[in-house]
Design a binder for this molecule. Sequence first.
Ligand code: MF3
Ligand code: CO
Length: 250
Amino acid sequence: MLTLKSPREIDIMKTSGQILAGIHEELRDFIRPGITTLDIDGFVHERIEKADAIASQIGYEGYQHATCTSVNDEICHGIPSDRVLNEGDLVKVDFCVDYQGGISDSCWSYAVGEVSDEVKDLMEVTKEAMYRGIEQAVVGNRIGDIGHAIQSFAESRGYGVVRDFIGHGIGPSIHEEPAVPHYGQAGRGQRLREGMTITIEPMITTGDWNISLDEDGWTARTADGSLCAQYEHSLAITKDGPVITTLQKE
Ligand code: MF3
Ligand code: CO
């Protein structure tokens, strides 16, 4: 379902988005060598509840955790476990927050301790790709403008753009219309309208975009074993341009 949100509804999404962003800010210090991905999940879950909000990934299509924690070649939907993070790892932490019916969704990539230049560059390019996509999220543009901006930038740097997982409309549930691919042709697809709320969440790899799914039915990883980074913001399309609801402090 595609719903257009009123300024009031967007304000509620901003509230959940600020709770979510604040938790990501705290994760910058929390994530270090020696902790497990389940430690991250516990930390995030506790913070969400402390804010009187709901960890809306729990129970979503049978998923049982507040977060998805995906390490190195894992693209997304990694299940928190007793896996210990080591110096040099790249971990993506993705979660949703529901505050009084306003839902936000944001994923961030974290370097565990000191990481290689290869990881640093992948992280930088992926974040920049996300913001280039967000810049295109203006009234009158089309869905394809977002994907085109992301794909052309990432591929110009020699990286791959995952096809199997895409951005989405958000609210009243986590995944709504429209579908927001991170690849595509400029000027194609649905026109963007005031009041649409979407996520933009490119998954960029140092290799190609083919995925393989683990036996757990959730964890998606690169088929070629290459590294993957991801950044995701939720945003509202307004007549004043894109308003990111999950913006973090520098
Ligand atoms: N936060 C994810 C997204 O960006 C959704 C994860 S679905 C879950 O779309 F079931 F794994 F939680
Ligand atoms: Co999402």
